[in-house]
Structures are given as structure tokens and as C-alpha cells.
Design a protein around this ligand. Structure first.
Ligand SMILES: NC(=O)c1ccc[n+]([C@@H]2O[C@H](COP(=O)([O-])OP(=O)(O)OC[C@H]3O[C@@H](n4cnc5c(N)ncnc54)[C@H](OP(=O)(O)O)[C@@H]3O)[C@@H](O)[C@H]2O)c1
Length: 194
């Protein structure tokens, strides 16, 4: 990709989601489950920066953005970009709108954000996950395995598990099975080797 006459400095693109047994992630615009500690892990992961002068760029599909509770704002260390072809104004609490995924990459890699953005986090939904999985800078998928059946209408896309390999352990990610509200789940990280 070329940005302002030069080649863009790659930034890590990472996906994060939780999926149940049939890869389901959502129902009627909401999460099918209520797992506060799993949600806390999601928030902690996407807002963590290794350099305190940097921020993460959180990329939201329009439905995901509007289903996020107002009470969560402001997110630490974060800039929010909402993807939409129809929105005409930046939604409250967000910082940017983009009408396609390439524009998100361009936004992150040109001034003033090029020096500020550490990681590009893809928070869903499905179309965005699909596009990000194909991007050469995408290196990690954080995908919590919710070990239960839920009725879902939205599903995490299939991906090549010989390309993105499940890690036995990953720094900072608990590797034991969790249990909350009677539901067992496991944090998982899939890594694409450079
Ligand atoms: N379990 C999990 O971890 C998890 C994670 C994320 C989401 N979810 C669930 O998934 C559901 C929402 O996901 P979703 O896939 O239905 O919706 P979504 O991606 O959040 O929103 C879809 C809308 O976003 C815009 N959009 C998405 N990709 C775009 C692109 N590449 N370029 C331009 N605009 C784009 C479009 O808006 P316009 O129509 O305005 O163009 C599109 O209609 C909810 O149930 C949510 O709870 C679960």
C-alpha cells in the first residue's frame, strides 16, 4: 500500500471476538450471552498499549458501534472509527467514520495518526472480520471459545487454521478454562507467522 508517495509502515491488525459452539457471535444485534469477565478481557485487551504515548485504533461496524453501551465511554488509550456507507456524521463518542476498510488503513498510516496508532483492533462485525483476515498486516485473532450452544444469527467467519495457528499459550492470556454464570469458556489466540 502506498501512502503519500511512500510505502506505509505496517501496523498490526488484530481481531477480537467470542464465539460459541456453532461459531455464533450475535443475535438480534446483541451478544447472545452476558459474561462480564469475558467482556472485561475484551476491553482490557483492546485498550492496552505498550507505549503510553500511543493509542489503539478501534474499528467498529455500525451495528457493533451502536450496540456498545454508552456507559463504557471514554475508552482508555483509544480512537474509534466507525465503518458505514450511509452515516453522514461522526457518531457521539467516535472520532472518525470511514466508508471502506482501505480508508481505515489509510487513516491509520497518514498524519496525524501514523505516529500515534499502535494497533488496529477489529471489533466486528462479520464483514469487517472477513476483510481484516485477508489483510497482510493481520497477525493475531483473539477468539474466545464459549463452550456452549446459543441461538445466533451472526457468525464468526471461517478462517485458515493452517495459516492462523492456535497458540498453546500467549503472554497475558489465561490458558485455563474459565467459568462464569455456569458457562465455560477458554481464551484463545491464533497467530499468523510473518
Ligand atoms: N461475540 C462477539 O465477540 C461479537 C463481536 C462483534 C459483533 N458481535 C455481534 O455481531 C452483531 C453485529 O455484527 P454485524 O456483522 O451484524 O454488523 P456490523 O458489521 O457491526 O454493522 C454492519 C454495518 O456496518 C457498516 N459496515 C460494516 N463493514 C463495512 C465496510 N467494510 N465498509 C463500509 N461499511 C461497513 C455498514 O453500515 P451501513 O449500512 O451504514 O453502510 C453495515 O451495514 C451483533 O449481534 C453483535 O453483538 C459479536
Amino acid at each position: 500500500m502506498f501512502v503519500q508517495g511512500g510505502v506505509a509502515e505496517p501496523k498490526p491488525i488484530r481481531l477480537i471476538a467470542a464465539a460459541c459452539k456453532n461459531r455464533g457471535i450475535g443475535r438480534e444485534g446483541e451478544l447472545p450471552w452476558n459474561l462480564p469477565k469475558e467482556f472485561r478481557f475484551f476491553l482490557d485487551t483492546i485498550t492496552m498499549v505498550s507505549n503510553p504515548d500511543k493509542k489503539n485504533l478501534l474499528v467498529w461496524g455500525k451495528h457493533c458501534w451502536f450496540s456498545t453501551p454508552e456507559s463504557l465511554h471514554p475508552f482508555a488509550n483509544s480512537l474509534h472509527v466507525v465503518l458505514s456507507r450511509t452515516l453522514r456524521a461522526v457518531p457521539q463518542h467516535a472520532h472518525y467514520i470511514c466508508s471502506d476498510f482501505d480508508s481505515v488503513i489509510r487513516l491509520a498510516c497518514t498524519p496525524p495518526l501514523d505516529d500515534l496508532v499502535e494497533t488496529i483492533w477489529i471489533t466486528g462485525g462479520v464483514g469487517l472480520y472477513r476483510e481484516a483476515l485477508e489483510h497482510p498486516w493481520c497477525d493475531l485473532i483473539f477468539l474466545t471459545d464459549i463452550m456452549a450452544d446459543f441461538d445466533c444469527d451472526t457468525f464468526f467467519p471461517e478462517f485458515d487454521q493452517s495459516l492462523y495457528r492456535l497458540q498453546d499459550r500467549f503472554p497475558g492470556v489465561p490458558d485455563e478454562i474459565q467459568e462464569e454464570c455456569g458457562i465455560r469458556y477458554k481464551f484463545q489466540v491464533f497467530k499468523k507467522d510473518a
